[in-house]
Design a protein around this ligand. Sequence first.
Ligand SMILES: Cc1cc2nc3c(=O)[nH]c(=O)nc-3n(C[C@H](O)[C@H](O)[C@H](O)COP(=O)(O)O)c2cc1C
Length: 348
Amino acid sequence: MNNDCFFITADKNLICWNYKNHKQYELSHAHARRLVDLIYQQDEPQDDNPLDQNLLRCDILNHQPADDKTWGWDMLSRIFHFGTKNIALSIQPKNEADWAALYLEHCESVLSKPLPAQRINLNALQTIQLLRHTDSGLFEALLTKRSTSRDFLDLPVQLEDLTRILEYSIGFIGERELPDSSNLPAALRKRRSSPSGGGLNSTEAYVYVRHVDNLDPGLYYYDPFGHCLHLLSTELPPVGKMLSGQHFSDSISAGFFLTSRFDKLWWKYEHSRAYRIALLEIGHVAQTLQLVATALNLDTWPTGALCEDLIDPLLQLNSPGEQVLFFVGCGHAKGSATPNSLKTILAQ
Ligand SMILES: Cc1cc2nc3c(=O)[nH]c(=O)nc-3n(C[C@H](O)[C@H](O)[C@H](O)COP(=O)(O)O)c2cc1C
C-alpha cells in the first residue's frame, strides 16, 4: 500500500487521496473491497487480477519499499505539509508579463465573489471607542514605514546592511544569552530578537545574494552560532522561477529563504500541533527581518508561494527534518505594491 495515501468518504464513495502527488481517486465498491482484502490478508497484487492492476496503475498499490525517511510527528502534519508542498500551477508564468495577465485574471475572479463579512457573529455587550495616538515615536514610524514593494531596482545592497539584518533577525543576541546556571545545553541558551517555540530556534535562513556589494552572487547558509555565511552554490536560478512565476522579483538584490528544523521540534514536541509552532515562529522572524530591513531604508517583499522542487536542491535540503516555508526579498524599490507589468496592463 502506498503510504502517501489517505482515505475519506464523500457522496457515498471511498476516495483515495495521494497527498504527495496531489491526486484523488474515487474507488468503486469492487476496488475498495479488493484493497481491503489485500491489506488485511497481506496479499501480493496478482498479475491476472484487473482490480489489482488498476490499483497499481493509480499508484494506490506499489512495489516501492515504504518511505523510510522519518517524520517525527503523527500523520496529521505529514498530510498537511506534503499535501501543500510543490503545488503546480495550471500555467507556470514564464515572464513578468505572463504573471501579470494571470494574476489579473485571478483577482477578477476573486473580486466577482462577495467579500466575507468583517466579523462573524459578534454579540458585544458594550463598545468602547479608543483614542488614536498622535505622539508617534521612532518605533511607530518604523511600523508605519514597512510595506510590501514589488518594483525592485537593480541596485546593490551593502554587505553591512545584509549583515545587520541577519544579526538582528536570525542571529543570537549576546546580551540575551541565558547564564550557565540555567542548566541548559549551550545551544539552547541562545536567544533571538523574536520569540522562538520552545526556545529551540528552529528557524534557519539561507541567503539569496544577487547584487550585494563585496559579496559574490550565490546562495549562502547563515550560521547564527558563528555569525558567518557558508556559500552553497554560485548557480542562481531567477528568483521568480522558484517563487511560482512571480517574475517581478527577478531584479531583487537579496532575499532570505526561511526554513524550519522540524527535527528540533520533533525532539521536544511529539504531537502534530507543534507544526503550527514552526509556522508561527517563521512568521515572527519574518516580521522582525522586514522591520530591520525597513529601518535600514531597504524595501521588502514576502512570499509563501514556493516551488519547493526547485528550492530544496539549491538549499541542499534532502530530509523531511528541515523544510522551507517562506521567503523575504529585500533591496531598493520605487516603493509601489503594484509591479510595473501589472501597471502596464491596467493602463491599457
Ligand atoms: C504569509 C504571507 C504570504 C504572502 N505571500 C505573498 C506572495 O506570494 N506574493 C506577494 O506578492 N505578496 C505576498 N505577501 C504580501 C502581501 O500581499 C502583503 O503583505 C499585503 O498585500 C499587505 O501589504 P503590506 O505588506 O504592504 O502591508 C504575503 C504576505 C504574507 C504575510
